[in-house]
Structures are given as C-alpha cells and as structure tokens.
Ligand binder design. Sequence first.
Ligand code: PMP
Length: 454
Amino acid sequence: MDAPLPADKPQHPYARAGTVHQWLPFTPNRDFQRQPRVVVQASGMHFTTSNGRSVLDGVSSLWCVNAGHRCAPINAAIRDQLEMLDYSTAFSMTNDRAVQAAGMIAALAPDDLNKVLFCNSGSEAADTSLKLALAYHRARGEGHRCVFIGRERGYHGVNFGGMSVGGIPGNRKAYGAAMLPRVDHMRFIHDPAHAFIQGELPQWREDPLLDLEQRILPLHDPSNVAAIIVEPVAGSAGWYVPPQGYLQRLREICDKHGILLIFDEVITGFGRLGTAFAAQYFGVTPDMLNFAKGVTNGTIPMGGVVCSDRIYDTLMQVDQPAHAIEFFHGYTYSGHPVASAAAVATLQHYVEADLFARAARMAPVLGDAMHSQLRNLPHVTGIRTLGMAGAVELQGIAGSPGKRAYEIFLRCYENGVLVRNAGDVLVFAPAFIAEETHIAQMVDTLGEAIRALA
Ligand code: PMP
C-alpha cells in the first residue's frame, strides 16, 4: 500500500486518493510517497518545482543536459523534425537525420571509430556492444570467445548484459543467479592514499591491473575472452578516477590477447572531461565506445555504439561477402528521426558554442570550490574532481551507509540544489554553461547540509 500524503500538505496535483502512482526507479519509494518531488519546468541551470520553487540543477539532471535546459536550437530542431518526419522505420531503410547524426558522432569519435549503431539508452548500448563483440569473434572463427570482463563497481545499465558485466552487487541482488554465465570483474580503481584528487590522475603505489593479468586472464584463458568493458572514469560509483597509465595498459593487455576493449562513455561522452570523449582525454582508443545521455542533451532518449572499421568490416566480410554475418540486432526506435534531429542540433550546438572547451575552463572552478570549501568539513574523507564533475565521500556519520547521503540529497533539494547521491558519495556534474555563482551556490548548499548532518 502506498503511504498517504501528509494531511498538512496540499493535495498533490498528480496524486489520486492521496498517493502518487508513478513508481520511481532507483528511489526509496516509500519515502518519496511522503515527500514527492515533482518539477514542471526548467530553463538553463534551473528547475521549477510543482510548488513554484527554483532548484539549481547541479548534476545536469542525470549527466545529460550538458548545454543546460531548454536549449533553444535543440528544441527548435525537435519541433521542426516533428513537422517533417515523425517516424520511419529502423530496418532496411533509414532517415536523413539518423545518417547525419551518425556522421557527426563518428567525426567526434577518435581514430577509426566510424560506424554508429543507434539504440535508445545507455543500457541498450551496453548490451549492443557485448553482442557485437560476440558476433565479431564468431565472424573471425573464434566463437569460443564468450567471456566478458567488467570491473567491480562498474555501471553499464540495467539490462541483463550490462547488469552482468556491471559490478554493483546491490543492482543484482533481487535477481539471483540469472546473469550472463561467463563474466568476471577486475579490481576497482581506488587507492585510499589518493582520497583527494584535484584535476589530475594519481600515481598509484601498486599496479591495479596485475590482478587482471595474473589472476583473471589465466583463470579463463585469455583466448576465451571476448571483451573488457570499463567506464573510463567510474561515474555511478561516485566519480572514481583511474591512475596514470591505467587505460593505456588496459589497451595493451587487450591487444596482446586479441580482446576487444569497450569504453562505456555514457557519462564521460560529449564533453564532461573537456574533450568530445574520455578516449581523447586519456589518449586511448577503444574498439567500441558506448554513448547516450548528452548526445541529445537529454531531450529525447537516444544511445548508441560507435565501433571501429575493423569490427564493421569483419562482420561485413568485405573480401568474402558470402561469409558476411548480418548483425541481427536493433530496436524499433534505433535512429528515430526526432531523436536524431535532437542529436544533430545538440552536437552542432556543442561545437558552435564551444561547450567542451567551456567545460574544460570551468572544471578548475568546480574543483577549487569543492576542495577549498568541503575538504575540512566533518566526515569528509575524500574529494575527487576531474573535468566538469566532482565527488565528496563521507564516512563516520551515524546511520546506515547510503541513507546519510540520501538525507544530504534531500536537504540540498529542500535548500534549492540538486546533487546526486551514490552510496556515501555526493556528486556534482553541472551543465557546461554553469557560472561561478552557480558553482558557489552548489558547494555552499552541500557544505551546509554536510555540517547539519554531522
Ligand atoms: N552506462 C553508464 C556508464 C551509465 O552511467 C548509465 C546511466 N547512468 C548507463 C550505462 C545506463 O544508461 P541508461 O540509464 O540510459 O540505460
């Protein structure tokens, strides 16, 4: 039974019989019923709530709205597209906007990452990339390669493939053993000696990839491994930054053993680190790159996988067309014309407004504010800032882990700032249009909430 809304609150406009009927994902729903948070409008850096309050969006909503809310050229393109072509079909034909969007994404992606398979979310991108890896190896006569390796605390969405290679046990515990069968997880990237990271990669005391080389790969035999998938910076876990040289070494290990490397850039893609993708920031090119979120500035659901010419050509068997493997995979809405129009306008706007460079310019402002104002607060045991995002880690506050950060999230929201809570970590990832005043307000509000809870 849903808990009734408190009598002293006015009847909520979206509630019938005193309850809210929407079941929110990844949310303590019982609590939400008592205290529903509904927004009705947004503009630039701010939401307006259903009771008329303004809330500063400190996390680009969910790492999506990189250009800020209700960005005029994107909205106009969506409206125009609806008047032109509302839907076509995803199979055996396409629409001009999807072709254009794919071309623009390929142009932003590094090296030979030139072919784009569209889907509708980051979760679908994860499963698409894993299936592509299997098909690629099969096309090369290596169908035995079906082991996947993810990383502890990695997040690759909620579908079965992404959940299996993901490394957050809490996301799996309700589903028992029904996961992909041959999956292992590398060690997480965290060295407590580097709890405070400000805009640069730490130099670790020990090599975190030794475990992969010495334990995981021998256990499965590297010749059975299809792909390794990682987020270049671990986003959902709480913005954990890899040590220097980590992704380069991972690339070398994959190359040595014929393993495909997949970067999940659903969060890091489209400018979060000041470059189009994290691949360019770290100078490492994967075989596949998953994207979503920022590709349409959050306006219309869209995701996808950019894969290398090598993968595409192998599946097409350009030299032996008789052996071509058609990749029978796709979604009704793959390359949807309205989503594609949103993507084209978004990518154009990112480039014309030079927003990735702006993210790079504002990143130190966010980093300085978080480190200078939050570092010495009670219970703050770590702060990690890199690019236009930063995380604050808390320990030692009474109460169950996760709940405390949730309480801080609630207090910040009440005080007019949206922050993201993940376990005992609070994360900021504002839109790239954020001004210093926005950043100051975000950090002040979070600092007050941490002090109040302590
Ligand atoms: N991969 C990563 C790295 C993500 O951060 C997310 C979402 N936060 C996903 C995949 C899943 O994306 P979606 O929620 O669009 O399915």
